[in-house]
Design a protein around this ligand. Structure first.
Ligand code: ADP
Ligand code: MG
Length: 405
């Protein structure tokens, strides 16, 4: 157990003891994730690739006799207490909505709670920075509840579990349902799949139409996240506009080809090219981005399987260019971060990640040059903009797990 991690676990156990008057019985953890390739492809039924990273959410806890949950987090004050019979949303925009949502969805899928639990949450995933602290929290909690045995799913591949990939996939779907229906965030499945399927030195591949999930060797690289610290608020409105434009692109392709496809990703890039619109419309450019991204994910998967990291990195950089030109979800700050990265030591490839317009870039960097890379990006970005980006140097990590203490 690395030093920093064991210190954090000790702190979690001490704080649990101080709050609830007993020692915790189960420790669960789940990583955060970064998106590697496949930007805005998820809701178009396309292909995506991500990796679990060594920033994680840790939950320690134990059972309680009443069907009541008590949860606290090192990030927030107070203890939230709620009944596990009919689970209610609780105060609006409270962090525990995520916790209550997982309990709600697990109970709905697996049968109700047997008794209750006390828990304490701690971790080093930055909240709201695009590393999916929310899916990390959800996955750690899912692992915690299953391991503690307060939720006992029936046997079968369609039910959540940690022992098999089928069980992990079922858990990802439950957690995603909780985020969509209980928290009210319309996100895709990749975040939860990455936090549950991640593996050291591997990427996670997901086909959002067939739900095929694979782990692909990535090797020992650094994954460096550069946070522009520009406001992500703009992304909300623009995200919906882009979804609408993708719908319009799909409608147009249906008309042109006479095919009743349900998702944009059912079309191939060549079909789109055969029906070029002059001058290029927004819907056409958005569709070209999505279909070329699917292509890049596929080629990226093949490159990694052949041990060709350089090609994978180039595809990431091509993805950024496609975001900038065709999907128009980059920004001056994100472009500047990528330019700064390109001129820094150890750079293999990089792109914006998440919705875009603000937020973070993700860079694939030679492991032995990660620190000089980070220093160089900070200095170059600062020189050009006067602003200081936040840079997180990460490695790949294992998906969610739990142990008895
Ligand atoms: P992201 O997933 O990109 O980090 P979100 O807004 O989707 O950003 O999720 C962040 C929210 O998840 C936080 O505001 C909080 O409600 C919840 N959360 C994540 N990690 C923790 C934690 N360690 N403790 C408490 N709440 C957390
Ligand atoms: Mg999130």
């Amino acid at each position: 157990m690395p030093g920093a991690l064991s210190v954090r676990i000790r702190e979690a156990c001490d704080r649990f003891q101080a709050l609830y008057g007993s020692a915790p019985r189960v420790l669960a953890r789940a990583p955060a994730r970064v998106e590697l390739l496949g930007n805005h492809t998820d809701y178009n039924g396309g292909l995506v690739m991500a990796a679990a990273i060594d920033r994680e959410t840790i939950i320690v806890g134990g059972p309680s006799p009443e069907r009541v949950a008590r949860v606290a987090s090192a990030h927030f004050d107070g203890v939230d207490e709620f009944g596990l019979g009919a689970i209610e949303a609780g105060p609006r925009s409270s962090w525990t909505t995520y916790v209550r949502g997982v309990c709600w969805a697990m109970a709905a899928t697996c049968g109700g709670f047997e008794g209750g639990f006390n828990a304490f949450v701690i971790g080093d995933v930055p909240l709201g920075a695009g590393l999916s602290s929310s899916a990390s929290l959800q996955s750690a909690l899912g692992a915690f509840l299953l391991s503690l045995g307060v939720i006992r799913p029936p046997a079968g591949d369609e039910y959540p579990g940690l022992r098999t990939d089928a069980g992990r996939f079922a858990l990802a779907r439950v957690l995603n349902r909780s985020e969509n229906e209980f928290v009210g965030v319309g996100s895709g499945l990749l975040d939860q799949v990455s936090c549950l399927f991640g593996r050291k030195d591997h990427a996670v591949y997901l086909d959002c139409s067939t739900y095929e999930t694979r782990r692909i060797p990535l090797g020992e690289v650094a994954l460096v996240v550069c946070d522009s610290r520009t406001s992500r608020r703009l992304a909300d409105g623009m995200y919906d506009i882009r979804r609408g434009e993708c719908e319009a692109g799909l409608d147009r392709l249906r008309q042109l080809t006479g095919r009743g496809a349900e998702r944009l990703s059912e079309f191939r890039l060549e079909e789109l090219s055969a029906h070029r619109e002059e001058p290029e419309t927004a819907r056409w450019k958005r569709a070209r981005h999505v279909l070329s991204e699917n292509d890049r994910v596929q080629r990226g998967a093949h490159a990694l399987e052949a041990g060709d990291l350089a090609t994978f990195g180039r595809l990431m950089s091509e993805s950024h260019a496609s975001s900038r030109e065709d999907f128009e979800n980059s920004s001056q700050a994100l472009d500047l971060l990528i330019e700064s990265a390109r001129e820094s030591p150890g750079f293999i490839g990089g792109k914006l990640s998440g919705a875009g317009w603000a937020g973070c870039t993700i860079n694939l960097v030679r492991a032995d040059l990660a620190e000089p890379f980070a220093e160089s990006v900070k200095a170059r970005y600062n020189q050009a903009s006067g602003l200081d980006p936040l840079v997180h140097v990460c490695r790949t990590a294992e998906g969610a797990s739990a142990i008895e203490l």
